[in-house]
Structure formats: structure tokens, C-alpha cells
Design a protein around this ligand. Sequence first.
Ligand code: HEC
Ligand code: HEC
Length: 452
Amino acid sequence: MKIKLHHPWFVTALAALGLLIGTSAAADEDFSTLVRRLQGEKPAFAERHQKLLAERYDLADRPAKDVTMARGKPVQAGVRVKLPEGTTWDKLAAMSPDIIKSKELWPTGFYPLPHPHHEAGGMVFPQPLIDETKKQTARDLTRFDLDFDLPQHLLPEFPAPIYLTTRPDLGDVSQGQLVTVANFFSLFKDILNPKQLEGLRLLVTPFPQQQFNATDDRRSLHPSLGVGCFDCHANGHTVAATHTVGDIRPDEHRHRIDTPSLRGVNIQRLFGSQRALKSVEDFTEFEQRAAYFDGDITTAAKKGINPLERGSQVHFMAEFQALLDFPPAPKLNVFGKLDDTKASEAEIRGQTLFFGKAQCATCHPPPYYTDNNMHNLRVERFFAEKMINGRKASADGPIKTFPLRGIKDSPPYLHDDRLLTLEDTVEFFNLVLETHLTEEEKTDLVAFLRAL
Ligand code: HEC
Ligand code: HEC
């Protein structure tokens, strides 16, 4: 009999099987059996996830005119979240959250987005990062059990430019290269002090992690030295590498999390979408002690935890991170608002809306467009709890208000990557905040966001 992989029962059966003989039984399974089993399951889960993405989004490569990221990658245009049949954005905006919920009209793309294979979880890297890391350092970040899910044109620029707060005169100091152990010294020896250089060395040095280590329950074919901070926060920005958050149990409630940019951490006061750690130093320690091991301190010991020394390592790493500046925004003045002589009329109208009818500035005040606070958007007002490919879509709780400076350079949006373009974020907030913006007002607001 020929088994058709897209049959839902087959996927459900696989998922159940995966749960039954997942990590808990891994001790009885040798490495080659584990690889064969997970590789066998991989296509069905990948298909399940791609089907979900196609239901939720228009994933086409449709660049916006006249706007690029800092080194020239096109910014993607248009609302990508699909509307439920028979409705329009205006019709939705005219309904109360209760009505949207009872009629099940919340757009599927506005629900929490699951990890590419939610039950498996763990760190996943986009292909260009995997290829360049392998080329420069011979370290392979490929997982044998799953691949990254979103197309490259919807991701940040790679490699991203690097701007230093201490040397704005230099502009981008990356020289178009991905910074790794192979080139960090030659790229930075003349513009950093030895302490900052040592911090950068540690940020590009791999250390053991749940899926990338030497034990037989790893997810890389070859025993691995692990991952470096800048594998995800590539060039101090982000490649949109994703992960499941370590802080929540059971697994179905764990959020998918997008790697945030480290640009501008110097002006931020809370770190992590929900962790809300109070310093870059704390988050730097927390990453390797807990986040690398899904919040499980017992497996960390087995796989090779790397406790960083606070005075001579954590501080140096944090010092380098604090040098990472936002990209230039030539249309903004010293207050972080539009310079009237440089901005277009649409941008100026968008700014007025941002500070007025659209309510954005309440939580995103200038100059960096964050209030350094957590807010609970209570998106669960609009939908009933349900399972989506292994992820329980329910209340998210309070989330960090990410800064909007340089925002066009860091798609996808929200803590779990659920929104693909700035147009999507405007439709999302228009419903969540119940602000009733017109079509023209939405276009103007996007024009303003692109100028930040
Ligand atoms: C899987 C790739 C990955 C690796 C490797 C990684 N991070 Fe992160 N980092 C993330 C994600 C995802 C978050 C968001 C966490 C959350 O929302 O709770 C994050 C958050 C942060 C934050 C807080 C940013 C903010 O805007 O709140 C800092 C600082 C940080 N990481 C530093 C580091 C350092 C230092 C290392 C190395 C020790 C490191 N990261 C390794 C993915 C990664
Ligand atoms: C009540 C506070 C609040 C208001 C008002 C608000 N935001 Fe936000 N904003 C947030 C929070 C909290 C997040 C993070 C949510 C998440 O990740 O789930 C966020 C995230 C974003 C992001 C994505 C950031 C990223 O790095 O992924 C964009 C873009 C954004 N907001 C734009 C807007 C716009 C435009 C408006 C006005 C129409 C607006 N916000 C109004 C609190 C607010």
C-alpha cells in the first residue's frame, strides 16, 4: 500500500508516536536509530507546517518600491495575512472582539505561530547562515530532523551591517562579512579595545547547547561544539533564527520565539519577550545557563554547560553588545521625530497618526520608540483557544514592547514571527487597539514606520 504523507491521520499518528517515544525513551535508542527515525518523520511534519503557512500567509516575493534595508535588501510590501472568506479588513474592524471571536473571524495569521515542528522544538537556523558558518569555520548547524520554515526574502538582510555607537563616523563596519571566529580579529582589532575584542571573541565562540553538542540525543549529524551567540544574533542583529522559549510548560504552551536584534540594547531596560531580565549582563548569563538547554538545568550538566565568569567574561560580552547601534535613520531629527524638510507628506501624516488616532506612541515613544515596558495586548479576546500543529493558541500574557527604531530591517514581527510585513503589523494593531483607521491612514502609518 502506498502511504500518502499528507493524510492528517498519518501526521497525527506520527505526532503521537513522537510524543510517546520522544526524548524520554531516547536513552534506549542508539544514535543511528534516532537519526533514521527522525529523518523518516521529517517530511510529514515539514509538509504539515508548510500547509499551515500557506493557509495563513501570502508568502510571495513582492518587494516595496523605493525602500530597502540598510545595505539594500528590498523590504517586502503588502498585507500578507490572509482574510477569512467573505470579509474585509474594514468589516473586521467594525466588529467587536466578542463578535470576531464568536463568528471565528480572527485571521489565521494573527494566531500564535508554531515552531516549524512544535513538538520537537529547539534552535533552527536559516540556510544562508548555515552555509556561511560552514564555509568559514567548518561547523555545521544543520539539523537532521527539521529545517527553517520561512523564505529568505521575508527575513532580515544577511549578512547584516554593523553600526557602532562609539564610531558612527565609520558607518557599517562589517565589510559585508558574517563575523565569526575566523575573521573577528582582523575586522575589529583596530576599532575595539582589547577588552571589547575579548567580549566579541566570546560572542562568536560556540558552546554546547541542547540540539548541538556531543551527546547521543543531539540533532546534528556530527558531534558539535555547540552554537555561538552570533549564530542567531548574526552581526549583532538577527537572522530570524527561531527557538521555543524555555520558560513555559507544558511544551504546547511554549512560544515560538524570534531572535531579537541586539541593536540598541544600550537604551533598553528589559530583556527577553517575557523573562524581563534587567540587564544585558543577566541575559548573557541566562542564555547559556538556561535558554540553551530549554530551561532544563539537569541536561545542561550532561551536555557541557559553560558557566561564564561574571567579571571577566559576561561584562566584556555585554560591553560589546552595548556598542551595537541602530541603523542610520536620515529622516529623523535629534528628538527622533521626522525632519520636516526631508520627510514626505505621507510620512508626516503617518507620524501624526502614530502620535494620535493610531495610539502607537502610547507604548512606543521616541526617540527609540519603546517605553521599555511590558504590555498585555490581550489578543485572546478575539479567538477561542485551539491547538495549531502542536501549539496551544491561547493567551500570550504581557510581552516586551520592542523598539521600533530600524524596524523595517528586522522582519518577521512580534515575539513569535507571526507577522511578515509592516503592513501586517498595522492591520494587527488596528484590530487589537480598535482604532478604526482608514485605508489611506494605514498606508501613511506604514510610510512612517519605514522611516524609523
Ligand atoms: C537560538 C538562537 C540564539 C542564540 C544562540 C542566542 N540567542 Fe539571544 N536571543 C534569542 C532569542 C530567541 C531571544 C528572545 C528570548 C525571549 O523572547 O525570551 C534572545 C534574546 C536575547 C537578549 C535580549 C534581547 C531583547 O531584545 O530583549 C539578549 C541580550 C541576548 N539574547 C543575548 C545573547 C547572548 C549574549 C548569547 C550568547 C551567550 C545569545 N543571546 C545566544 C536567540 C538566541
Ligand atoms: C499597549 C501598548 C502598545 C501599543 C498601543 C502599540 N504597541 Fe506595538 N507593540 C507592543 C508590544 C507589547 C509588542 C510586542 C508584542 C509581541 O511580540 O507579541 C509590540 C510590537 C510591535 C511591533 C513589532 C516589533 C518587533 O520587533 O517585532 C511593531 C511593528 C509595532 N508594535 C508597531 C505598532 C504600531 C504601528 C502601533 C500603533 C498602530 C503600535 N505598535 C501600538 C505594544 C504596543
